[in-house]
Design a protein around this ligand. Structure first.
Ligand code: GLU
Length: 417
């Protein structure tokens, strides 16, 4: 398989949407490049006294609709182009759900499983120190992403507040509740994936109760999506992580699998499953709904030809290569794109930021109700754009909605020399 550069995937997605929009080539070009990218080397003392260096990035893609917003991932595969692509997807994600943010993303090239908690804290604080001039409640607001969570966000908030000699909980979202986090934030990405699955089944006049589901990736997004989709009456027949997949044609107990993974570190070995197989077999399983919830480019063109699900809801960012997207479109598979399906994370980040600014805590019910309204409104706007423009697929429709909002904000601001 040839490596697909996610930054080029983003640019192709914008080209597809521009066919339906009255956007000049100059404005389109502006939407395809980040405004700026910070690339830095962190030098951090390890537990044994040695110094180790780490590459780190923060891309601020577009701020036409508000402060840059997006997560920070810790992964050995992080590259400058990957961070640029992910930051661009955040622009169109915040636009399609209409929260008043631009898009950004960051990453450190690291396998966090190889470092102690103390080392990770020093690495995170070193990055936060580098980020300090660029971030702020009204400038750029980081959040969790792959392999980061409340712990890292608490460290970033604390470093920023200490250096600035202030309190500014809204400088970062995805914090622990006690540190200014929001109810419902941890579950938000999986919850919006569930809403997206429910809405697309409804749109297709199909019953999600009784549908069979496979979920690739059993981290925060995948496991919560699996649980909540099971709660709708669907049968989650297979789930996987990097260790492999577990399958039970009668449906797995998704919460039990999560407990097992929490205890053992992986889903494989789970004794409630009928059989185990590899990740690729999960992606091509004969199910009604496939939820890719791992990393970019999980499904390429060849695999897409083998996919048997007729609905795909993207919980991960960029799980289909552009060729896979073309193949699934040609084959009539309905794909609810990442920028809508997984937008629950950033939407509840926005709610967290609003609560931080107001110093007023919402209940979990309020968070979940407002999230449902945001995702269902965005879904309806995507369907309207699909039907009005006869777009080739739902992804292009979502980009039509999002790009129009970004361009309107840019053009409405007038020109600056
Ligand atoms: N990392 C998440 C995403 O890709 C959440 C970003 C945020 O909450 O700002 O959408």
């Amino acid at each position: 398989m040839t490596e697909t550069n996610p930054f080029e995937s983003l640019q192709e997605q914008l080209d597809d949407a521009s066919e339906h929009l009255d956007v000049g080539a100059d404005v389109l070009e502006r939407l395809k490049q980040p405004e700026r990218v910070l690339e830095t080397t962190l030098s951090v003392e390890m537990d044994d006294g040695s110094i180790e260096t780490f590459r780190a990035f923060r891309s601020q893609f577009n701020g036409d609709r508000g402060p840059y917003k997006g997560g920070i991932r810790y992964h050995p595969g992080v590259t400058r182009d990957e961070v640029k692509a992910l930051s661009g997807w955040m622009v169109y994600k915040t636009a399609v759900v209409d929260v008043p943010y631009g898009g950004g993303k960051g990453g450190i090239v690291i396998d966090p499983s190889e470092y102690s908690a103390g080392e990770l804290e020093r690495i995170t604080r070193a990055f936060a120190k580098e980020l300090r001039p660029f971030v702020g409640e009204d400038k750029d607001i980081p959040a969790p992403d792959v392999n980061t969570g409340q712990r890292e966000m608490n460290w970033i908030k604390d470093t920023y507040e200490k250096l600035e000699n202030t309190t500014a909980p809204g400088v970062v979202t995805g914090k622990a509740l006690e540190n200014g986090g929001s109810e419902g934030r941890v579950e938000a990405t999986g919850r919006s994936t569930m809403f997206a699955a429910r809405e697309v089944f409804d749109y297709l006049d199909r019953d999600i109760a009784g549908a069979t589901v496979a979920v690739q990736g059993y981290g925060n997004a995948g496991s919560v999506a699996a649980e909540l989709i099971e709660d709708l009456g669907a049968d989650v027949v297979a789930v996987s992580d990097s260790s492999g997949a577990v399958h039970d044609p009668d449906g797995l107990d998704t919460r039990d699998v999560k407990d097992f993974k929490r205890q053992t570190g992986s889903v494989t070995g789970y004794d409630g499953a009928a059989e185990e197989f590899g990740n690729e077999d999960l992606l091509t399983l004969d199910v009604d709904l496939l939820v890719p919830a791992a990393l970019e480019n999980a499904i390429d063109g060849d695999l897409a030809r083998e996919v048997q699900a007729d609905v795909v809801v993207e919980a991960a960012n960029g799980p289909l290569t552009p060729t896979a997207d073309d193949v699934l479109t040609e084959r009539g598979v309905h794909v609810v794109p990442d920028i809508l399906a997984n937008a629950g994370g950033v939407t509840v980040s926005y709610f967290e930021w609003v609560q931080n600014r107001q110093r007023f805590q919402w209940t979990e019910d309020r968070v979940n109700e407002e999230l449902e309204a945001v995702i269902t409104d965005a879904f309806d706007a995507m369907i309207d754009a699909h039907e009005a423009n006869d777009t080739r697929n739902l992804r292009t429709a979502a980009y039509v909605v999002a790009v129009r909002r970004v361009v309107d904000a840019y053009e409405g601001s007038g020109s600056w020399p």
